[in-house]
Structure formats: structure tokens, C-alpha cells
Design a protein around this ligand. Structure first.
Ligand code: ZN
Length: 391
């Protein structure tokens, strides 16, 4: 073997070893670094709050990004915000799993262009299929498939809900067994459609039942609250909204530009969701909903999930989450409010899933009646899905 060949071989072997090492270590390090907590478990609440929490029939949350990470959610993990064992421990009946599919570099709340994409390297290091390294629709399909696989391997403990019928049969089973949990699939950012209406059918077949129109940058459908132009619905966006409604895919207006929210509400035939947001009334920033938008969403029959991190509620305590919930209830009525944590959404969450009783405690302390707490903690989501999912 010539010297050049030997050197090339050594370089090649080194590169392979570096990849194997990075593949083993990096994904978990990144996950731990991005999904942190203000208050870690165990959580202490009053007897009254715990009893009420334990008696809740249906606890639901409208936003979790956990599928983005290389995490085995069938296992109890000692980091991040959520996995199936913790969902079961927390009496969580339903989680929306919202699929992140493109993240621009230099991410910020004010202005992001669509030109960069930070997800290719993590997807390579996570050992995802090559087809998903550069293709946004494939990223959705891979994460959807993972959720279905978790369900298959869960021994019946975890169900993926895709219709009114599957929700009803899950509810019937859960009546006698609270050691069951479920999820439904959403997408965070319809750039995942890559400008093609046919991809709506493809993601629907993969089980997706909710689509957030924009994420951190403007896309083919219209403007993001954190984009460059922050425009309203484009003509493709109008067609996409109509096509989604026809299939009873829920439209999620989180991260949409104000003009986009208005344009969608002008044409929406079905009630919309805002899966994870704050409200300007308690935390005034570009990410959060104005009073006017809250009223329009309520008029449309929509549902608003209150998120659980500092940038959405302007505080780091469960009482700050409760404040946003109560503000929204006071403005538009309790039936329009729900939880939308943003667990494992690369945020420093105020609590993880096992901390949900602290929200009940904070709502009680702020004078919310028990029946309304039941609605906010999950009954509203259950009723909304029983009405609005495909048959
Ligand atoms: Zn988000």
C-alpha cells in the first residue's frame, strides 16, 4: 500500500469513528441542552389541588415537539419534559405531537428569513433516513412513523388518535383504565408541504390531523409573526386552507402573522386552534394573541392553548400560566381555553408534564371554579376533537 493510500485510509477510518462517536453522544447532549426546566420534579401541591387533579377525567395538552429529538419516549428519561411513562404518571390523557420540520439559524422572535435550515446536521447525527435530511415532507413522514411505532411497541398503553371514532373508542377504554394515554399528530409549519397541495393528502395518510400554517419564517402559505414580510395568506395559502378543511385537518394559527390570523379567520369554515401561545393582555409581545384576535377566534368557535414558558407568559411560575388562562377566560369564555405547553420545544419550560397539578393549584388560588378547571385542563380539548376531527 502506498503512503498516500495509507493516509487516505487513516482519514477515512477517523471520519467513520468520529461519526459513530457523534451519533452516540451528540443527539442526547443537544436534547438535554435545549429542553430545560425552571422547576424540576418532584412537584409539591396542596391536598386540595392534588385531589382535584387526580379526579380529572381528561387532561390534554395541545403542543409537544418531543418527536424532534432522538428520544425513546417509551422509556422514562431523566431529562426533557415528556415521555410516555411520565405522561401516564401525570394522568395525561392526550398530547398533540407537533412536528418541527425546519428551523432557521440565528432563531429569534422578531425577524427570520427562510434561507437557512439548522435541522440537517441533527437529523444526520440522529441517524434519521437520508430521505429526511433535506426534504421537509420526509421529515414529517419520519416523525409520524416514529409515533406510530412507539404506539405499536407500547403494549396497548399508547394510542394514536386519528378520528372521532378512534377517540371515542379510546375514551371508552380509558373509563375503566387510567393507565392509558394517547396522542394525535400535528405539523409546526406548513413549509413541510413544500408548495404542493398533494402533500396534504400524503401527510393526512401519515396520520397528521393538525397543521400550523407558519413557524418562524414566512413560507408558501403566508407570513409568520417572526418572518421578514409577515404578509397575510397567499393564493396558495388560501387553497391549502380550503384543502385542509375539506379533510377536517385542524388549522393551527400559532406563530402566524397578525394579517395571516385575520385572513384565515375571514375564510375559515371550521373552528381553528392556536396550539401554544400567550396573550398580549398578560404578556405583550409579537408571539402572543391580541384581545381582538382572541375575540375573533372565540367567534369562530376556536380553541387557544396557553403555553408554559417565559416568553409566552412573562413569568417563570405556574401562577403566570394561570394568569394567562384566566385572562382569556374572562375575555372570551372558558370553553375557548386549553393547555398548550410547548413541551420539548427547545424552551426552558416552567414545569414538565408531571408538574401539571401546579397549574390546578394556581387556578384554584386565583379563584377559578372546579368545573372550569376541568374544562381548561382537558375537557375543552376532548369536546373540540369529538366535534372537529374527521369521522
Ligand atoms: Zn412553536
Amino acid at each position: 500500500m502506498s503512503l498516500t493510500r495509507k493516509i487516505l485510509l487513516i482519514i477515512l477510518v477517523t471520519l467513520v469513528l468520529v461519526y459513530i462517536l457523534a451519533r452516540l453522544i451528540a443527539p442526547q447532549l443537544i436534547d438535554k441542552q435545549y429542553n430545560t426546566l425552571v422547576h424540576a420534579a418532584p412537584y409539591q401541591v396542596s391536598n386540595e389541588a392534588q385531589q382535584l387533579y387526580d379526579s380529572l377525567e381528561f387532561v390534554a395538552d395541545l403542543h409537544s415537539d418531543v418527536l424532534l429529538w432522538d428520544r425513546d419516549i417509551l422509556k422514562l428519561n431523566n431529562y426533557g419534559h415528556e415521555d410516555i411513562p411520565r405522561m401516564l404518571e401525570a394522568n395525561l390523557a392526550l398530547q398533540a405531537f407537533t412536528i418541527v420540520n425546519k428551523v432557521p439559524s440565528g432563531l429569534n422572535f422578531k425577524r427570520n428569513s427562510a434561507s437557512s435550515d439548522q435541522l440537517t446536521l441533527p437529523f444526520i447525527l440522529q441517524g434519521r433516513p437520508i430521505s429526511s435530511w433535506f426534504d421537509l415532507t420526509e421529515r414529517v413522514l419520519d416523525q409520524s412513523q416514529n409515533l406510530h411505532q412507539f404506539s405499536q411497541k407500547s403494549g396497548g398503553k399508547f394510542t394514536v388518535i386519528t378520528s372521532k371514532m378512534s377517540l371515542k373508542s379510546y375514551l371508552a377504554k380509558r373509563k375503566t383504565n387510567k393507565q392509558l394515554t394517547a396522542g394525535f399528530l400535528g405539523i409546526e409549519g406548513a413549509q413541510a408541504l413544500q408548495g404542493s397541495l398533494e402533500n396534504i393528502d400524503i401527510v393526512y395518510k401519515a396520520g397528521v390531523r393538525m397543521i400550523g400554517l407558519t413557524h418562524f419564517f414566512d413560507n408558501e402559505l403566508g407570513g409568520s409573526a417572526h418572518g421578514v414580510a409577515q404578509q397575510g395568506l397567499t393564493s396558495f395559502g388560501r387553497k391549502a386552507v380550503k384543502a385542509m378543511e375539506k379533510k377536517n385537518i385542524l388549522i393551527d394559527l400559532s406563530h402566524a402573522s397578525p394579517q395571516m390570523v385575520d385572513d384565515v379567520l375571514d375564510i375559515a369554515q371550521n373552528p381553528v386552534i392556536v396550539s401554544h401561545t400567550g396573550v398580549k393582555g398578560t404578556c405583550n409581545n409579537v408571539r402572543n394573541l391580541s384581545d381582538n384576535h382572541l375575540k375573533r377566534i372565540a367567534d369562530n368557535g376556536g380553541l387557544v392553548g396557553i403555553a408554559m414558558f417565559k416568553q409566552t407568559v412573562c413569568g417563570t411560575e405556574p401562577r403566570d400560566i394561570a394568569k394567562a388562562i384566566i385572562y382569556t377566560r374572562n375575555l372570551v369564555g372558558v370553553e375557548h381555553v386549553a393547555l398548550g405547553s410547548d413541551f420539548d420545544g427547545a424552551v426552558k419550560s416552567i414545569i414538565e408534564v408531571r408538574g401539571l397539578p401546579t397549574i390546578v393549584e394556581a387556578l384554584l388560588a386565583q379563584g377559578m371554579p372546579e368545573q372550569e378547571i376541568r374544562q381548561v385542563m382537558g375537557d375543552n380539548v376532548r369536546n373540540f376533537l369529538l366535534t372537529n376531527l374527521p369521522n
